[in-house]
Design a protein around this ligand. Sequence first.
Ligand code: ADP
Ligand code: MG
Ligand code: ZN
Length: 606
Amino acid sequence: MNEQKMPNSVNPLLKFWGVMLALTLIFNLIVLPLISSSRVRETSYSFFLDSVEKGTVDMVQIEQNEINYIISQDGTTQVCKTGIIDDPTLVPTLREKDIPFGSVIPSEPNPIMSFLLSWITPIAMIGLMSYFLNRNFRKRIGNMPGMQFGSGKTGKQYVPDENSVKFSDVAGQEEAKESLMEVVDYLENPEKYTKVGAKCPKGVLLVGPPGTGKTLIAKAVAGEANVPFFSISGSEFVEMFVGRGAAKVRELFEQASKNAPCIVFIDEIDTIGKSRGSSFSSNDEREQTLNQLLTEMDGFGANKGVIILAATNRPEILDPALLRPGRFDRTVPLELPDLQGRIDILKVHAKNINISGDIDYNYLARATSGASGAQLANIINEGALRAVREGRDAVLQEDLEESIETVIAGQQKKNAIMSDEEKKIVAYHEIGHALVAALQSHSAPVEKITIVPRTSGALGYTMQVEEGDKYLVSKSEAIARLATIAGGRAAEEVVFNEITTGASNDIEKMTQLARSMVTKYGMSDEFGMMGLSQGGSRYLDGGEQMNCSQATAEKVDKEVRSIINAAQEKARQLLRDNMNSLHELSAFLMKEETITGKQFMEILNK
Ligand code: ADP
Ligand code: MG
Ligand code: ZN
């Protein structure tokens, strides 16, 4: 966080004038003499004699090793110098021409001018400069909200967002909508609630992974209730000046209560709502802002008609004070859409594009297990873009199928050339995964495998389609899953007796799953239901911390390794027992570059 304070205690104006004075001195003592010395013109001795002859020389000063003289020509005078020559006729000549000579000090051309030049001009310039600087500075600071000079308050004016979003634009998320319906109802008929003495929730916290429609549904609440929607992102409160964020919160609530009934939406509230005192570098600014938010939420009565919605994907780091009753007393979870949810979301977004023919939404939704609403919206858009590229004016099923691969696996690389040797390895690797999956009854069947390289860097791509959504994973399923992930590397081993870097992603996934089985799901014999890790985000990866002694952590590592080893051995064994199928399937994939689930099963069952 950049916390900037004003430069320390020495009066900045005093400092400024000090620097200016020093600059003036430097100018006069060093720069001016340099300039004026360059004004002395160096001439040849013969030029000097000619000038004396012509009578333009006014004075001559003979020094130890040079002669300075002043000539006046066309009304201007100039100081010149030349070297000494042993010339005994010089003095008589000067005498003859009646030119004064000797130790004459050539004076500056115009003493008043020179005084002006050396002292008044710089001071005037500096004065002018400082005046403008000052004015600009004031202007700039004056423009910064909260730093106004003089009278008049020009804090930010919050303008309600235009909203035309309705609940019908939010597909799926039925539980969330139901929960929020109450808020809408309250905003529409507050009397109904005040009559009974019921208080509407002041704050509703929307939590869920990115792209599940938190921002969208908040807008839809305002749209349904037809009230102003004040939206601000948590990061907008993070300000350079301490106390400014708090002032912003105050302004926001002041203006919102003037517009009541209305909705105030704070997006990404975790930026300011982080648990206080949990980090080493405490951030005064953020704490003040949070405190102000808490105060504001307490400040207005529940039935003032201002309802605060907030969204976050990291609810676990929020300050507990935010979540207590009277503040964000209701939490509405938004989850990744299930199969039906995905179908609905695809349909909602497909309404905005031109479609020709039948679209099999069920197939598309089954192929996008785990995709968020935002990704699904993106898939529809990519499909439309592809139709444009192909010069059509309507979107076909194949556009959408292709765009699933684009969005999920990165765009198909048109010109990437893979050597035959590489292609062979990739084919065996991918078939290895699929074959191990197919040979274990618990694994989901493979929908399609391609070995066309993608820009995302993945060389092969296995699309698995689950029959339905799974909420629980059994231990045997988890073990089967591990064997499937190990299948790629195992195929490389049993066929080529060599391993490649292609399995790095598999290794990551495998380790994560095996570790979770031990530390989180209680699936190891050694530890049983002992919880060994804590923390971590529910919706984002990472952030977990081991919650055990060093010695136990070592045992956990050992346990994880033995689970992984067992999975690898199982995969190898399954492949060794089915070498014929492995070779045949890989040959097919190498030739065709793509194999569908149906073709796969036909070859396998031959
Ligand atoms: P979040 O705030 O949860 O990260 P957004 O609300 O910004 O996600 O969603 C991004 C986009 O994804 C939305 O604008 C919308 O187009 C699409 N989207 C997400 N969830 C849904 C949904 N349930 N129904 C329809 N569109 C959705
Ligand atoms: Mg959002
Ligand atoms: Zn792999």
